[in-house]
Each structure stands twice: as C-alpha cells, then as structure tokens.
Design a protein around this ligand. Sequence first.
Ligand code: KG4
Ligand code: ZN
Length: 343
Amino acid sequence: MKVLGVESSCDETAVAIYDGDRGLLAHQLYSQVKMHAEFGGVVPELASRDHVRKIIPLVQAAFDQAGLPYGSVDAVAYTAGPGLIGALMVGATTAQALAFGWQVPSVPVHHMEGHLLAPMLEDEAPDYPFVALLVSGGHSMLVDVTAPGKYEILGETLDDAAGEAFDKTAKMMGLPYPGGPMLSKLADTGNSQAFQFPRPMVDRPGLDFSFSGLKTAVRLEIARHAEDEQVPPQAMADIASSFQQAVVETMVIKCKRALKQTGRKALVIAGGVSANRCLRQKLQEMADTTASKLYYPRLEFCTDNGAMIAYAGYLRLRSGAEIDRSFVVKPRWPLTELEPMHA
Ligand code: KG4
Ligand code: ZN
C-alpha cells in the first residue's frame, strides 16, 4: 500500500510517498524560513499563501522522485492539526481534493503523532513500549507509548514549549529567525558553566516542564550586561550555552525519571528540538548509564516533514481508520483524543 503524505501545519510545505513494502519512496520539502525571517517569526497569512504556491509542484516532484505515475497511490494522508488554521487548510483541502479525484481514501493525521512515529522510519527503530520526549515549537511532552496510537501523557509543559523557549530567548538575544538552531550554534562557542540559570521544576516530583522562568533569568542576565552598553560577544555565547545547558539538563532529568517510573528501557526523542546536538549527547550519556537505549529520527525528520505524515497515515489506514471526506482541521487537538490503532 502506497500513501502520499502532505504536511503544511506551519512554515514547511512537505510531501512524501511511503510504501508499506518498500518504505519511503520520496520526500520533498520547501521551507518558508527565508520569507518569515524578514518578520522575525512566522506570519500565518503569508505561510498559507506560500503553501498554496508550493504544494502541487511538491506533489508532482514526489511522484517524479518515486518514479510513479501521478496519482498511483492507495491513499492520501494529511496533517489535520494541531497547527496554524490557514496553513492546515491548504494541505487538508489539497489532500482531500487529490484523494477524491483519484478515488482513494484520505486520512487525517495528528502532527504530533507524526513526529512521535518518525523514528520508526529509521533502520534502527525502537520496539514498543517506549517513552517519547516530544519537543517542538508548539509542544513539549513526555508520553508513554505502549502501542501505535496508545499514548499516555506523563508530563507536559505548563507554559512555553521547549522550541518556543529557544526561539523566544534567541529573539531576546537579538539572534535572527529561526532562533532555536541559531542559539544552539552560538552555544557551541560558549561556556555552559558561565551562568547558573535555574533548572525549572526539577526539585518537584512529577514530569511536567516549565520554561518561562528560565527565559526571564536570561533576560535579567542580558539586562545586567546591557548596562555596559552592549553585551560582549563572548558573554552572549556564554549565555546561549548556559541557557541550552539548563534546558537540556532539565529534560535529561525528566526523561530519566520517566524511564524509571514506567520501567521502559527505550527512549524516543522527536520534534524540532530533538535535532539539538547537546540534547542528543546528554541523553545518550544518560541512556548509557541507565542501560536504556535512545532512538531519534535522522536530522531532516526531526523538524516538520512529509515522511512522518505519510507513515502515520499508512499505519492509521492499515488499522482501519474510518474514511471521512468531511473531516475538519483542528488547530488544537490533544494527542490523547486519538483512537488506539489495531494491529
Ligand atoms: O517540529 P518543528 O519543526 O515544528 C513544530 O511542530 O513546532 O519544531 C520547530 C522548533 C522550533 O522552535 C525550532 O527553534 C526548534 O524546533 N529547533 C531547535 C533546533 N532545531 C530546531 N531548537 C534547538 N536546537 C536545535 N538545533
Ligand atoms: Zn512539528
């Protein structure tokens, strides 16, 4: 069974084709990052317009890459939420229209389920059950995954998502958009021990996160330096590095706690922030010392992509998802509302 996957929930237009027998046959992506950089963040209206411009050429390119005649798929999956409403509507409408035209089912996919399942596209994929740390621009959560579609939220952020904390802190530091990867790059040149920023919520039991206090601590540190007119470049790098260290350490502590609490031996990280090198490294060290195993997607499938949507759509369809051509996109959509999949 071949499934075309369409992703347009934020500022990436992405299309992929997944084959149940042969794996991933094609994936195409267009990032709008340059356009939004001018405004220092994603402008929803512009994002929707640009998805319209790029989506069909990417569908065409995916079929060309796979060497398949246009339309020769068994279903079309699309991100139905959560995300920016206008952006979601472009992908959903395109996918529904293509599926109707080709007379195949269309499958709405939850964006975070896509992220969560992305490591399954790798040669070294985890077995169920596992704990997943989902960290993106809009979400931060720890999930106990007993089977595809069976998700129990162990903890989540009480304020900013991890990626959002990276982005907002980067903006405060005057770094260009997209802030997260920029801040992380700058952090590589700094001293992570230079400033002792708080490790939020680690002293309290439980698995929730909170990042807004950390953001405030960074702001105060910048303000303190700003009294010398301009923050010296090395101090900036040290702030970035110390901030990253605080976020990463917090996440490592929570992941370790989640593995212990559930008794799981496998940890999956996914979502944009799982591309962070420091996070991967520190989690790997934790996994090595706790006899657990760490899994993550290849870098290009950490951030938004079509492959994860095609794959999640394939699994949903295989497990007998109901075909509903009038499904409405959901800008907000709790992961726990999903039905467990049948094998
Ligand atoms: O999963 P994603 O592409 O989109 C959402 O679903 O939100 O995640 C994007 C987020 C952004 O906040 C971005 O700054 C962050 O992931 N991100 C990173 C890195 N690469 C992307 N944050 C820290 N370090 C990185 N290397
Ligand atoms: Zn995402």
